[in-house]
Write a protein that binds this ligand. Structure first.
Ligand code: ATP
Ligand code: MG
Length: 590
């Protein structure tokens, strides 16, 4: 137990708490009003309790006319003021709390936008989602509750203590029994609660993750009959959360009944004390009731105060989880050179890439030169490292060794944003956003594009053909992730987006794989035009689409094993010729 006490106030924890308080700084005015409200809230009850002895003894026993007039007014006034205080404290705490939640959510989300691509492969996306939906709520409620408890309950306890001592110091002795017992119960409860709450926090991530996966894979689940598997996995995580939550409930219930027992014990002690010979005549009914009420009013406050450690602790551990993410180093961007528009002179020099997660060497010394305005095609078996090679261009991964030069300068010397502005990209899996066709084509920095430009890009991508048939043309909604579109339509939107970007480097990773031969040819023509004044890297399994490339590089196991034009490579009769022969035969076969 003493270990916990140390843990809660050590330097690290204090720092987290300080940082947390930093979030509330902007709302200090509301905060101060709320704290005043808490004070009134806590003091109001004590003030009322203080009225009990005169009310009971003087009002009824002595029929004091002064009190008969003032007592009802006092009661109404006390509760009016207390009502205002309660409102100010409750609403103020919620106001600050909601704002803190939003600020934390914003900061975590900002971190997600800033973190390197490698971060997203390392953690289950469910945990990333629940950090925003669950953990940040925890932080806010724990930290604002902590303040509320300290102030409201602290003042209640002090007020009640004052009422007790000023009414009857003798009866106040009962506290020597009650306070240690309640503190003991609360500290046992809080220790248990703390260990559970941390587990609940990580379980929430698993629940979110499981749901996400099943919702995304709803087709696969149906086709492969994965319902039972999905269900049992879901049952598994929800069972565990239920059990954890029930443990919390059991702990709470146990502590409630224990506290009740303490209350009964305290009452018994009070009765015993009050009925001692010599005391029984001195203590009036009003005094007894007042002390009893004060003691009863103090008890829940004491319990909450003793519990505060666990409250703070769970907030701290939630906050720690969020701050860790916010503090992760952003993408490495040591570059200082700002590129306006690159010529597109690209050179890979002995580039190697080892994926840190599995230490897999995906690239084993790639040398490649792409002259401005030329098309380089990468072909090769699945898993040979084609996508890995082009993923170096937007610096999603940094080469483990070797270097890349753009326009003769080291790739690392450019700032990330200016570098990424040079690249248009159509990836192997198309990602679209929930929105209209136009919003998807003119996405991000392209958002300023005119309607005419968007239509022109869509036309070049051979996408106008199907966009025209949609009810609102380019303003039609495409559904979440473009789920109202066919695979080929999605690819064409992605190509239109890349065309609109009009960047000097164009990467097409299997960009037309989902298209029929006819649309592919049409796009190819548009791309031919587009490729003229830029450096293009095309990855394609269908060799017919890359025959006209200026150079074709054949990759195998992370190396370039052959390089040349279509005619040269055919003449060499090596890997490429073999690949080509296979495709030629299979094509002539159908
Ligand atoms: N993020 C990653 N972490 C670890 N290993 C990876 C990662 N991405 C790819 N790999 C591995 O690197 C190798 C090359 O993958 P890459 O995606 O570059 O192949 P590819 O040539 O594009 O294949 P395909 O034609 O199927 O798209 C594969 O063996 C793959 O398992
Ligand atoms: Mg690939």
């Amino acid at each position: 137990m003493s270990g916990n006490k140390v843990a809660i106030w050590d330097a690290h924890t204090r720092q987290i708490y300080k940082r947390l308080l930093g979030y509330t700084k902007r709302f200090w005015v509301v905060g101060v009003i709320a704290v005043i409200g808490m004070a009134i809230d806590g003091g109001g009850l004590a003030a009322f309790t203080k009225l009990l002895p005169p009310m009971i003894d003087k009002l009824f026993a002595e029929k004091d006319p002064f009190l008969i007039f003032w007592m009802p007014i006092w009661i109404v006034l006390i509760f009016l003021v207390r009502g205002l205080g309660t409102f100010a404290s409750s609403y103020g705490v919620s106001y600050v709390g909601r704002n803190v939640v939003q600020a934390m959510q914003r900061d975590v989300f900002a971190a997600y936008l800033r973190l390197p691509a490698t971060f997203f492969g390392e953690e289950h996306s469910g945990h990333q989602v629940s950090r925003i939906t669950y953990t940040s709520e925890q932080v806010a409620s724990a930290s604002t509750d902590a303040v509320k408890v300290v102030v409201t309950e602290g003042i209640t306890v002090l007020g009640m203590l004052y009422v007790m001592i000023s009414t009857s110091p003798y009866l106040t002795l009962v506290l020597f029994i009650m306070v240690p017992l309640i503190t003991l119960i609360a500290s046992v409860v809080s220790r248990r609660y703390r260990s559970i709450s941390r587990r609940i926090q990580s379980m929430m991530g698993s629940v979110t993750g499981t749901v996400e996966e099943s919702v995304e894979a709803h087709r696969e689940i149906r086709i492969y009959g994965g319902q039972d598997y999905a269900k049992s996995r879901f049952d598994d995580v929800t069972n565990r959360t239920r059990r954890l939550n029930l443990k919390v409930a059991a702990t709470n219930a146990t502590s409630s009944s224990a506290i009740q027992t303490v209350a009964a014990l305290a009452l018994a002690v009070m009765v015993f004390l009050a009925t001692r010979p010599g005391e029984i005549d001195k203590i009036s009914a009003g005094v007894f009731i007042a002390v009893l009420t004060a003691m009863g009013g103090m008890m829940p406050s004491l319990k909450r105060l003793a519990n505060i450690q666990s409250n703070i602790q769970s907030g701290i551990s939630a906050a720690e989880n969020l701050f860790e993410i916010m503090d992760l180093p952003p993408e490495v961007d040591t570059g200082t050179r700002v590129l306006e528009r690159a010529k597109g002179d690209l050179r890979f020099e002995d580039v190697r890439l080892v994926y840190p997660r599995n230490s897999f060497e995906a690239l084993r010394g790639v040398d490649l030169y792409c002259a401005p305005g030329t098309v380089t095609a990468l072909v090769g078996r699945s898993g040979s490292g084609k996508s890995s090679l082009v993923s170096l261009l937007p610096r999603f991964n940094a080469p483990t060794s070797g270097r890349i030069l753009l326009d003769g300068f080291d790739y690392e010397s450019f700032t990330l944003p200016s570098l990424r502005r040079q690249i248009a990209w159509v990836g192997q899996s198309v990602v679209l956003f929930d929105g209209s066709v136009a919003e998807n084509i003119a996405y991000g920095e392209l958002a300023g594009a005119s309607e005419a430009q968007i239509v022109a890009a869509a036309e070049a991508a051979n996408a106008m053909e199907f966009i025209q048939r949609m009810p609102q043309g380019i303003h039609s909604q495409i559904g979440q992730g473009g789920n109202l579109l066919s695979g080929g339509q999605r690819q064409r939107l992605a190509i239109a987006r890349a065309i609109l970007k009009n960047a000097p480097i164009l990467v097409l990773d299997e960009a037309t794989s989902a298209l029929d031969t006819e649309s592919e040819r049409l796009i190819q023509q548009a791309l031919q035009r587009l490729m003229r004044d830029r450096t293009t890297l095309v990855i394609a399994h269908r060799l017919s689409t890359i025959e006209h490339a200026d150079q074709i590089a054949v990759m195998d196991q992370g190396r370039i094993v052959e390089r040349g034009t279509h005619a040269e490579l055919l003449a060499r009769d090596g890997h490429y010729a073999a690949l080509h022969r296979m495709q030629f035969h299979s094509h002539s076969g159908d």
